[in-house]
Write a protein that binds this ligand. Structure first.
Ligand code: PMP
Length: 418
């Protein structure tokens, strides 16, 4: 079996990890800790260009994680960088926002059918927390329905970890099961006359699980409950926003939210989040106190306007769907040729990969290691992301390396049986 990984103990990455362990608790924080990526994956990076990302060891990979979502046009997109850098050279962090704040709000209101207004933050967690606050302020009620297993950010009300979190932080959350209208009915009943909002993900994209698009009966039921009870339907479009539909991901299922949160891809990697809302929640938007020292920076907003313009001009979601379909078909065919049963679920622009009979995703992890050794950066338990830099040529180059990776995996698997 070929050596799986480039990350030897003397590599620049290994040296940085050792230094980090001394001065950063756990070596790194959150999902970048070693256990979140296949063993031996690099943790430190040096740069990116188009569909390529370069690790600190100087190795380039065809990147199917896209910085875990933000890179939607490709790394260092010239038009976006030009817009951002123009503002950086004029001054980014000023005494208040730049004109780009208004341009971007106008752009979102023009592009997203439910949006009558927009507010800006930095991270998806900020945007989702703002949505929950707006729902409570706008309804004067407390209960928020959240799907079991869904991720909405790393703050006490939503973190997947309970360490350091109090029961009070979660006191007014009621769980339901995504795509299960009966469980939603039951949760709504439990909220009684105290329902402030129902939080829905763009689709079911829970870690390590098969992804599911929202069904129409579920989406319609969520909308109907909110209409009947005058509660807020809150769409968490942080991960999927702008990849599936520029008007918001639930345009695909024909249901419009009252409030929606975006981040990740909105500015092709520049730090920004947004909340859009209907006039029903405009007054709440006027009265809630939302702010942050860096929430007014002009460069990321300039980058967002440019990103959305490119996506519109290039028919972004359709191209991402086509690129993802080519990737999925090639990968699953290659797997089958080597005797592996691999499925990719979810929207083609952001698929998750599963090997059949693979508890703990061990086989998936071994496959990712083989692909990494051949210059392709995949993930075994998180959904991956396509960008507009994933042209047919780039995907075909990746698929050829992926075919070699399956070959190596098949050889490796055959060893114990011989
Ligand atoms: N919601 C969803 C669906 C997400 O995927 C994420 C980030 N992975 C968040 C919220 C939180 O966003 P952030 O990490 O920018 O705070």
């Amino acid at each position: 079996m070929p050596s799986a990984l480039p990350n030897d103990p003397h590599s620049a990455d290994s040296r940085l990890r050792a230094r980090a362990r001394q001065v950063i608790p756990g070596g790194l924080w959150g999902h970048m800790r070693a256990e979140a990526v296949p063993a031996g994956y690099p943790q430190f990076f040096e740069g990116g260009d188009g569909a390529l990302v370069r690790d600190v060891n100087g190795r380039d990979y065809i990147d199917f994680m896209c910085s875990w979502g933000p890179i939607i046009l490709g790394h260092r997109h010239p038009e976006v960088d030009r817009a951002a850098l123009a503002q950086i050279s004029a001054g980014d962090c000023l005494n208040g926002p730049t004109e780009h704040a208004v341009r971007l709000a106008e752009k979102l209101v023009a592009t997203i059918p439910h949006a009558d207004w927009a507010l800006f933050q930095k991270n998806g967690s900020d945007a989702m927390t703002s949505c929950v606050t707006l729902a409570r302020a706008g309804t004067g009620r407390r209960k928020i329905l959240v799907a079991r297993g869904a991720y909405h950010g790393a703050v006490p009300w939503s973190s997947p970890s309970l360490i350091g979190v109090t029961a009070e932080d979660r006191a007014h959350l009621i769980p339901y099961d995504y795509n299960d209208a009966d469980s939603l009915d039951a949760a709504v009943a439990l909220a009684g006359d105290d329902l402030a909002g129902i939080v829905v993900s763009a689709f079911r994209h829970d870690l390590a699980q098969r992804q599911e698009l929202p069904t129409e009966p579920f989406a319609n039921a969520a909308r109907a409950h909110c209409d009947r009870l005058d509660a807020a339907l809150i769409l968490d479009d942080v991960r999927a926003g702008f990849r599936l539909n520029l008007g918001g991901s639930w345009e695909e299922v024909g249901v419009r939210p009252d409030l929606a949160a975006y981040s990740k891809a909105i500015a092709n990697g520049y730090p920004l989040a947004a909340v859009t809302g209907t006039d029903r929640f405009r007054q709440a938007g006027e009265t809630c106190f939302f702010t942050g020292s860096f929430w007014y920076g002009g460069a990321a907003m300039a980058a967002a306007v440019a990103t959305i313009e490119v996506l519109e001009r290039e028919d972004g979601p359709a191209r991402l769907r086509a690129a993802g379909t080519r990737f999925a078909q090639g990968l699953t065919r290659s797997a089958a040729r080597h005797g592996f049963d691999v499925t990719l679920s979810g929207p083609p622009a952001m698929p998750i990969m599963h090997f059949a009979d693979d508890p703990g995703a061990r086989l998936g992890e071994a496959f990712c290691q083989q692909a990494l050794a051949r210059g392709v950066y995949l993930h075994h338990t998180h959904n991956m992301f396509l960008s507009l830099a994933h042209t047919d040529g780039v995907i075909d180059t990746a698929l050829s390396a992926i075919d070699d990776a399956f070959d190596a995996l098949a050889g490796h698997r055959a060893v114990p049986a011989e």
